[in-house]
Every structure is written in structure tokens, then in C-alpha cells.
Ligand binder design. Structure first.
Ligand code: NI
Length: 173
């Protein structure tokens, strides 16, 4: 089942998500639905908060190839190391459709998490994956990539999204 993605501005996206105790079948089902929603959007990362579930769950697949899916499921992800070296990517977000901005973040990071099978994992990430992990973990604390921009740029993007949301409503009505 595909889930609806919450679009900024929405107070839900600013909430802090809660950790999970264990990976059970309900959680596995939710992670599959999140992945399906992300692939259809299409996007390379999605946090549960973006579908209105305030839990610390993230799905990522940076493979971008239809026939070579490589999903990553992160439950309770914690970034334990951020490199001093930084990199810049043009970021977008499924909750901010059509909006992109160059964001500077640590180039490499180490993330600890619980995987799809309930096993503790540690992953050293660089490049696009490192940026994606940091972007998604930010979501779990109510942080969006536009929070790293100047107030002027941020306000401009939010204004466009408000207009975009009104247009969507107009079509539905
Ligand atoms: Ni996002």
C-alpha cells in the first residue's frame, strides 16, 4: 500500500520521532510500504515522519536503477561520527516537491542502526549515501534541509510550497 507523503509546511514534519523497541512484522510491513512509496515518488530516501508516523525509521536506496534495487532499512539510526571534511550536494526532499538547494554537510559519517532483521549494524558512508543518511536522520528530529539556508531563501521556498499546496487542493476540489 502506497502512503501519502506530507508536504511542508506542516507541523508534523517538525516533531521529534520516538525510538522503537524491536523489529516485528508490523514494522517490516511499514518499511516495505515506505519503500514502495519512495520508489513510486520517486525518491532515494524516506523517513516515517514523512508519512505521518512519528517513529525513528528510515528507508534509503541510492541505486536509482529499476533492475538493481538496493534498499537500506534503518531503525533507530544514530550518527556516531561526522567527518570534518565536507561536501556539497544539491538536495531535494519528497516533502518539498520541486525545491532544491545546495547544502554543505560532513562528507563522511558513521551510522549505527538496527536492520530489517532486527540486527545491530554499523555503516561507514561517504558520497551521496552519507548526505542521504544525514538528511533522513535530520527528519527524525524535525529538521528539513531548508533549515540550513538563509531565512530569505527558506521563506521563499516555503512561500512556493504554500502556493503549490493550494494548487493541489484546487484540483482535488
Ligand atoms: Ni527529505
Amino acid at each position: 500500500m502506497k502512503r501519502n507523503i506530507i508536504i511542508e509546511p506542516d507541523p508534523i514534519l517538525r516533531k521529534k520521532c520516538l525510538p522503537l523497541d524491536k523489529v516485528d512484522n508490523d514494522l517490516k510491513k511499514l518499511m516495505q510500504e515506505m519503500l514502495e512509496t519512495m520508489y513510486q515518488a520517486p525518491g532515494i530516501g524516506l523517513a516515517a515522519i514523512q508519512v505521518g508516523i512519528l517513529k525513528r525509521i528510515v528507508v534509503i536506496d541510492i541505486s536509482r536503477e529499476e533492475n538493481k534495487k538496493d534498499p537500506l532499512y534503518l531503525v533507530n539510526p544514530v550518527i556516531t561520527h561526522r567527518s570534518k571534511e565536507t561536501s556539497v550536494y544539491e538536495e531535494g526532499c519528497l516533502s518539498l516537491p520541486g525545491q532544491f538547494a545546495e547544502i554543505e554537510r560532513p562528507a563522511n559519517c558513521i551510522v549505527k542502526y538496527i536492520d530489517y532483521n532486527g540486527k545491530e549494524q554499523e555503516l561507514k558512508a561517504g558520497g551521496l549515501l552519507a548526505t542521504c543518511i544525514q538528511h533522513e536522520v535530520d527528519h527524525l528530529d524535525g529538521i528539513l534541509f531548508i533549515d540550513y539556508l538563509s531565512k530569505l531563501k527558506k521563506d521563499m521556498i516555503i512561500k512556493k510550497l504554500v502556493k503549490h499546496k493550494k494548487e493541489i487542493e484546487r484540483v482535488i476540489v
